[in-house]
Design a protein around this ligand. Structure first.
Ligand SMILES: [Zn+2]
Length: 239
């Protein structure tokens, strides 16, 4: 069966999410698979995750600095070396017009073929978690930037003066989907994703406990213990 990500060589993929560690948690396997295939993956993160404080990391400004470093290392494990941090307040992200303009600028600047975010309609993760409001806000910002602002020069016309003309993307992929239409088998990248996640030291705690937890989640999410899949809602825009 032909895979949904059977793109031509050298495709550029821009992943726009709320927090450091979201790319690795939501779609680390897919990102590893895409860079292994020779595509270029870039990240745009809307916050620096400074509210992920804990007794070991009590200072939010210091934590923001640490998390930027951890994210840079984790991305490198997956073959990603281009990250933009927009530095909005962690925990208070809202889909405002001001941030929609920034996301539009980010997408026009990166000129990606594919944009990836997360599903703004997903309030619930399984039966035991609520989705973080920043995740929903990030998804909303990206969806609303893609259509109609990114490709329409009459939206945020000041961006054209800044040197960011309208551009178009061919596909939008949303991770953490309420209703998936793509299931990507990324079993062979499970280890690489786990190694990337372990770079987020301030968030994962004890590495052995964390890996055990990750294996449990893998069993919950996939239909056999040697398989690991990541799910998406994929929109392919008509030319
Ligand atoms: Zn998050």
């Amino acid at each position: 069966m032909e895979q949904a990500d059977n793109w031509s060589a050298g495709t550029t993929i821009l992943v726009v999410l709320a927090h450091p560690d979201d790319p690795e948690f939501f779609l680390g396997g897919a990102i590893a698979r895409w860079t292994a295939a020779g595509h270029t993956v870039k990240y745009g993160l809307l916050t620096k995750g400074e509210r992920g404080i804990s007794p070991d990391f009590p200072d939010s400004q210091e934590l923001a600095r640490i998390r930027v470093g951890e994210q840079t290392e984790a991305a490198a494990v997956l073959g990603v070396h281009d990250i933009t941090f927009l530095d909005h307040q962690d925990g208070y992200l809202v889909p405002s017009l001001e941030i929609r303009r920034e996301v539009t600028r980010l997408i026009r600047s990166a000129k990606p073929d594919i944009v990836v975010s997360c599903d703004p309609q997903n309030y619930f993760i399984g039966e035991t978690y609520l989705n973080h409001p920043d995740h929903r806000a990030a998804g909303q910002l990206v969806v609303d930037a893609i259509f109609p602002a990114v490709s329409n020069p009459s939206f945020f016309p000041e961006l054209i003066d800044e040197g960011y003309p309208a551009t178009s993307v061919s596909e939008l992929w949303l991770s953490l989907p309420a209703q998936a239409n793509v299931v990507l088998d990324v079993s062979e990248f499970w280890q690489q994703r786990a190694q990337a996640l372990l770079r987020h030291k301030s968030q994962v705690g004890d590495p052995e406990k964390f890996l055990a937890h990750l294996k449990e989640r893998r069993l919950e999410n996939s239909d056999s213990d040697d398989r690991y899949v990541e799910r998406f809602r994929r929109i392919v825009f008509r030319k």
